[in-house]
Design a protein around this ligand. Structure first.
Ligand SMILES: Cc1cc2nc3c(=O)[nH]c(=O)nc-3n(C[C@H](O)[C@H](O)[C@H](O)COP(=O)(O)OP(=O)(O)OC[C@H]3O[C@@H](n4cnc5c(N)ncnc54)[C@H](O)[C@@H]3O)c2cc1C
Length: 471
C-alpha cells in the first residue's frame, strides 16, 4: 500500500477523498462478481462523477502502470468486472457517472452517461413518450456502460437487436486518458473504421465508455403475452415460423423454458392453471407488440394458437388477460436465474446456434451428459428466437456441488464441443471475461486471435485496461 500512497493522494485530489474507497468493508462489494464465483483485490475503488474526472484518473493510472477494471452494475456473468488477484488493480466504478444528458425527440435519440441504470434509462424514455427497448432481468442494477461493454442481448433482441444495434455513438476515455467523442446520433456515418463497434463488446479491455447516444422507438399501442406448452422441442421452429407468417404485429419475444426450469419458479405460477399442472417438457413465452389496438392483436394471437394446436405443435396455452397477468408471465421467466440458486453449484453456458439445430442439439447433448455423469440435470431456458440458450447443469442434490465443480472442465468441454458441432458459439450474449478466457483461443481461428491481440496492443500498449480478461 505504501507503494501507492502518492497515487492514492493524486486520485483523492481528482475526485475527492470520499470517492476513493480504501477500507476492506467499502471495497468488498466491488471485488466479487454477482455469481460469487470470482473474487479479486484492488488498491482502491474510484467513483468519478464526470468524464473529465475519468480521463484524469486513467491518465494517472497509465503513468503509474496501475491496472484499471471498469465496473458498472457488477451484474456481469463472466467475471469481467471483477479484478484479478494482481496487486496493482484499481476498480473504476461508473455508478456516479449517471446523468441523462439529453432526449432528442425530433431525432428519436437519447444521450446518457455510462453509469445510468438500464431501468432508469427505460423510464426516462417512457416519460418522454418513447421506448428504449433493451430489456433484461438485471435491468434494475445493470448500467448502460456495462450493457455496451458486454453488448448485452436480453428479451427483445428478436425485434430491436442487441445493445450494439441500439447505439448510435459513444464517448470513450482511451487507455492514455484521451476522450474520444462520437455522440452525434447519426444513423449513417461511413467515415472509416467504426471505432464505436470496436468498443462495444470489448468488456472494458480497450477503454472506459463514459456516455452513449441511443436509439428510441415509438411506444407500441398494445402487447399480448402468452405462455404456450409445446408438444415437443421440435415444434419450436415450426411455431416461430407460423407466428411470423400469421401475425401483422411484431414478434418481440420468443423465450424457451424447459419444464424443469419452470418448476423452479412454480410458486410464482400458481394461478396459471392447466398449462403448469400438465407439466409440459417445454414451454415458450411469446409476446407480440403492435401499433394497433389490443383487440386485433389478441385475435391474431388466438387464431395463431388455434392453428398451432390443430397442427399438433402445441398442447395448451394461456393468454394474459391483463397487464398484471402479463407481468406475472414475465416474472416467471425472469426469476429463473435466481430460482437456480438453491440447487447448489450450477455449471452455466450461454450458447447460440442456428434455431433450426436447437432441438437436435438439446436431444443429443442430454444423452451425452448423462453418459458423462448421471448425477446432474439440465436447466434450459433462453432467448430461443435469437438461437440463444442458457444451458445449465445442476447436481441432482446440492450435496453434490463439489462433485459437479470438479467436473466443470469436462462438462464445459462436452457442451462446447456439441455447440461447435451444431455450428454455434460458446458465448452468445454474456461475453468472455475471466470465465471463458482460456476457451477463446481454442474456439476461434488463429487469424481471429492474432487480429484481436494486435488491436489490443495498438490501443492499450501497456495492457492497463482490464488485464487478464477476454485475451
Ligand atoms: C439475473 C441476471 C439476468 C441477466 N440477463 C441477461 C440477459 O438476458 N442478457 C444479457 O446479455 N445479459 C444478462 N445478464 C448479464 C448482465 O446483466 C449483463 O452482462 C449486463 O450488460 C452487465 O451490465 P453491468 O452494468 O452490470 O456491467 P458489469 O458487470 O459491471 O461489467 C460487465 C463488463 O463490462 C465492462 N464495463 C462495465 N462498464 C463499462 C464501461 N463504462 N466501459 C467499458 N466497459 C465497461 C466491465 O469491465 C465488464 O467486463 C444477466 C445478469 C443477471 C444477474
Amino acid at each position: 500500500m505504501e507503494r501507492y500512497e502518492q497515487f492514492i493522494a493524486a486520485c483523492q485530489k481528482i475526485i475527492g477523498t470520499q470517492y476513493v474507497l480504501l477500507s476492506d468493508t467499502d471495497k468488498s462489494p466491488f471485488l466479487t462478481d454477482w455469481s460469487k464465483r470470482f473474487t479479486g483485490s484492488a488498491i482502491a475503488v474510484l467513483k468519478p462523477k464526470t468524464t473529465t474526472e475519468v480521463a484524469a484518473l486513467v491518465a494517472l493510472c497509465n503513468q503509474e502502470n496501475v491496472a484499471i477494471i471498469p465496473q458498472g452494475g457488477n451484474t456481469g456473468l463472466c467475471g469481467g468486472a471483477t479484478p484479478t488477484s494482481a496487486d496493482n488493480n484499481i476498480v473504476i466504478s461508473t455508478t456516479r457517472l449517471n446523468q441523462i444528458r439529453d432526449i432528442d425527440l425530433d431525432n428519436s435519440t437519447m444521450t446518457v452517461e455510462a453509469g445510468a441504470i438500464l431501468s432508469q434509462v427505460q423510464d426516462a424514455a417512457l416519460t418522454a413518450g418513447k421506448l428504449f427497448p433493451l430489456s433484461l432481468a438485471a435491468e434494475g442494477s445493470c448500467t448502460i456502460g456495462g450493457n455496451l461493454g458486454t453488448n448485452a442481448g436480453g428479451v427483445q433482441v428478436l425485434r430491436y437487436g442487441n445493445t450494439r444495434d441500439l447505439c448510435l455513438g459513444i464517448e470513450v476515455v482511451t487507455p492514455s486518458g484521451e476522450i474520444l467523442n462520437s455522440l452525434r446520433g447519426l444513423r449513417k456515418d461511413n467515415t472509416g473504421y467504426s471505432l464505436k463497434d470496436l468498443y462495444i463488446g470489448s468488456e472494458g479491455t480497450l477503454g472506459i465508455i463514459t456516455a452513449a447516444t441511443l436509439k428510441l422507438y415509438p411506444l407500441p399501442q398494445s402487447k399480448v403475452t402468452s405462455l404456450v406448452a409445446l408438444n415437443n422441442i421440435h415444434s419450436t421452429t415450426k411455431l416461430i415460423d407460423l407466428a411470423r407468417k400469421r401475425c401483422n404485429a411484431d414478434l418481440t419475444a420468443f423465450e424457451l423454458i424447459s419444464g424443469r426450469a419452470l418448476s423452479l419458479v412454480a410458486e410464482k405460477a400458481k394461478n396459471l392453471g392447466s398449462i403448469l399442472t400438465n407439466s409440459s417438457a417445454w414451454v415458450v413465452l411469446i409476446e407480440f407488440s403492435s401499433m394497433e389496438q389490443e383487440k386485433g392483436n389478441r385475435e391474431q394471437l388466438e387464431t395463431l394458437l388455434n392453428e398451432a394446436y390443430e397442427l399438433n405443435f402445441i398442447s395448451d396455452a394461456v393468454i394474459a388477460n391483463s397487464i398484471q397477468q402479463s407481468k406475472e408471465l414475465w416474472s416467471l421467466r425472469e426469476s429463473i436465474p435466481e430460482g437456480q440458486l438453491p440447487l447448489g453449484t450450477t455449471v452455466k453456458h450461454d450458447i447460440s446456434m442456428p434455431i433450426s439445430k436447437i432441438a437436435d442439439f438439446i436431444e443429443a447433448t442430454e444423452i451425452a451428459l448423462k453418459e458423462l455423469w448421471p448425477n446432474m440435470e439440465t436447466i434450459v431456458f433462453g432467448h430461443l428466437g435469437d438461437g440463444n440458450l442458457h444451458y445449465n447443469l445442476a447436481p441432482l442434490s446440492p450435496d453434490l456441488s463439489s462433485e459437479i465443480e470438479q467436473r466443470r472442465k469436462s462438462i464445459n468441454e462436452l457442451v462446447h464441443n456439441q455447440v461447435y458441432q451444431y455450428s454455434g458459439s460458446f458465448s452468445a450474449e454474456h461475453g468472455i471475461g475471466q470465465a471463458k478466457r482460456d476457451e477463446l483461443p481454442r474456439r476461434k481461428s488463429p487469424v481471429e486471435i492474432e487480429l484481436m491481440r494486435a488491436i489490443k496492443k495498438a490501443l492499450d500498449p501497456k495492457n492497463i485496461m482490464n488485464p487478464g480478461k477476454v485475451l
